[in-house]
Design a protein around this ligand. Structure first.
Ligand SMILES: [Zn+2]
Length: 221
């Protein structure tokens, strides 16, 4: 499965944990499904749109045969909004900084998803469940964590099939090296809230905790 990196600057390097996976759809306007280009553009910043930040870690196109990643798993993206779920016995709110957001291109209240989308979504979800030890009950739709909103990923999304696929086979997957989730190999500049810029030399890929430790060292060391 190919993952292409299209960077969004709508993210926060602060994240608590990857405890949940949230499934969304990108929606429609006047009966027309949002295009992939339009969706990716919406998840990237425009100067006049800073107030309406939206992003997700992954977008799964309808017609192409690859997954798009826009935000690192270790960073917080803006997909869940007002939301809540019980995680390990504790009710948590506003789940962006505890989850990975996956967007399916389309509107699940208008039309079925493509078979590629199910294939890619199941592949990606199982992979992330393995990687972050996320149990099936913490894989939910936006409609579940934010009740009252429009059904998202929609009435046509086949939860029964999806849940079967992610529950029955997840435990036997052996994770492979997964370099494609990271941005291209050249130097990567991460933005921190205090406008500090940290350059990660190419070839190195420090963990989230190492990066947090570095920030603390530079602030208090
Ligand atoms: Zn959503």
């Amino acid at each position: 499965m190919e993952i292409r990196w299209v960077e969004s600057h709508f993210f926060d390097p602060y994240k608590i944990a990857n405890e949940m996976i949230i499934i969304h759809h990108t929606g429609s306007k006047n009966g027309k499904i949002n295009s992939l280009e339009g969706t990716l553009a919406w998840f990237k910043p425009d100067p006049w749109r800073e107030h309406s930040k939206a992003s997700a870690q992954y977008v799964i196109p309808r017609y192409e045969n690859y997954i798009v990643q826009m935000v690192r798993d270790e960073h917080t993206s803006y997909h869940a909004g007002e939301s809540s779920w019980i995680i390990k016995g504790v009710k948590r709110y506003n789940l962006n900084d505890r989850s990975i957001g996956i967007e399916l291109q389309g509107d699940g209240n208008l039309i079925e998803y493509s078979s590629f989308q199910y294939e890619a979504l199941i592949w990606l979800t199982r992979r992330k469940m393995e990687e972050f030890r996320i149990p099936p009950e913490l894989v939910q739709g936006h409609e579940h964590i934010s009740p009252g909103r429009k059904v998202d990923p929609g009435i046509y999304f086949d939860w029964k099939y999806f849940r079967y696929e992610i529950s029955s086979k997840t435990q036997i997957i052996v994770p492979e090296p997964y370099p494609t989730t990271q941005p291209p190999d050249n130097d990567v500049v991460l933005r921190y809230p205090e406008e500090r810029e940290v350059t990660i030399p190419s070839g190195e890929n420090p963990s989230f905790f190492e990066r947090v430790l570095d920030i603390f060292r530079s602030l208090f060391g």
